[in-house]
Write a protein that binds this ligand. Structure first.
Ligand code: GLY
Length: 351
């Protein structure tokens, strides 16, 4: 097992390894000793595969629990779903001492974290990520949210989990397409911080050692979160590929996965950075080749004007400027504030 300690305002450990769900009761008892019961939130794709594995140790330790199951997919990450979880917790008489458990991918983690942040002004929660994307990114760092009709993650809070238990066995049931989609965030991490990791991925392709690679990516994210927990500076780097990616994801009606959208967004930004002389031409060439090796898109044929309209209404737009994360070399990126017309011209150069 690997452990990465996150020294956030509420410090916690991310544990990564096989069989961790079987130790869930011990984790609840040691991390949340006053908890009388657990609310397990999951979805109808993960529940049938992993709920029994997660709740068996709770039953064996006589820790009462209740389960709330969402339909899988981003469409369940709404304010209405959030209220439904809160109503369920209230109807089941959950108290402020109790604990919520988020068993699933990014959607489940985000909405459960927000439910934990606001239920009775805040209860403990533990992230139990079951996708690669959730393991290396969304379960770590305390960003919780639901979507509003106007955009993704527009209603949320920073609320750190008590722990993240990443049982790598759960990745065995992850559909291949979802695994590869999560790899986009792995490649993003390498482009941002770790040229050696990038070279490793060039050698291994998708057949990398999952436990050590997740731990390596989580350690990079930990370093960012430790410096900028509330996303006022360095944490913006994690948005590499996301500014255009979120626009692509929405423009496709969520037919493109988050990882596919981020992959295409990252490829576009890398080509644009090379066209502007910010990085060498080798950077987009290597990024395109690696994304293609993982079966991820390196561009889009979505209409430019529609993408820009979405991109420029993105919540990251601040005071008429937009922060675009650009690569300087593999393993080093920076955030460049651009006026909206500059940002549009920059993206056009990479499309
Ligand atoms: N997923 C981006 C962040 O945690 O800031």
């Amino acid at each position: 097992m690997n452990t990465v300690h996150v020294p956030a305002s509420v410090p916690y450990d991310v544990r990564i390894g096989p069989g961790l769900l079987s130790g869930l009761a011990d984790a609840v008892k040691s991390l949340c000793p006053k908890a009388g019961k657990c609310l397990v939130v999951t979805d109808d794709a993960v529940g049938p595969l992993w709920l029994e594995k997660a709740t068996r140790p709770l039953s064996a330790a006589q820790i009462p629990f209740s389960v709330y199951t969402l339909p899988h997919g981003e469409a369940s990450k709404t304010a209405d779903d959030l209220i439904a979880i809160l109503n369920h917790a209230a109807a089941e008489h959950f108290t402020r001492a109790d604990v919520f458990l988020a068993l699933g991918g990014g959607m489940v983690g985000d909405i459960t974290g927000l439910a934990a942040a606001v239920y009775m002004r805040g209860v403990d929660y533990i992230q139990l990520p079951t996708t690669l994307l959730a393991a290396i990114d969304s379960s770590v760092g305390g960003k919780t949210a639901v979507d509003l009709p106007a955009g993704k993650n527009l209603m949320g809070a920073f609320w750190q989990p008590r722990a993240v238990l990443c049982d790598t066995d759960t990745l065995s049931t992850l559909p291949r397409a979802d695994f590869l989609s999560g790899c986009a965030e792995v490649i993003k991490t390498a482009v941002l911080f770790d040229e050696e990791l990038f070279a490793l991925l060039e050698r291994t392709g998708p057949d990398f050692d999952r436990e050590s690679l997740i731990a390596r990516c989580v350690a990079h994210k930990r370093d960012v979160v430790a410096q900028d927990e509330r996303d006022t500076g360095r944490r913006a780097l994690l948005n590499l590929g996301h500014t255009l990616g979120h626009a692509l994801e929405a423009e496709s009606g969520f037919a493109l996965t988050h990882g596919q959208s981020v992959a295409a967004g990252m490829a576009v930004v890398c080509r644009a950075a090379a066209a502007y002389g910010i990085c060498a031409a080798e950077v987009p060439a290597r990024v395109d080749a690696l994304l293609a090796r993982f079966g991820l898109p390196t561009g889009t044929d979505a209409p430019f004007d529609a993408l820009m309209a979405r991109m420029l209404s993105d919540k990251k737009r601040a005071g008429g400027a937009i922060g675009i994360v650009v690569p300087e070399q593999i393993g080093r990126c920076s955030v460049r504030p651009m006026a909206t017309d500059e940002a549009a011209a920059f993206m056009k150069a990479g499309l």
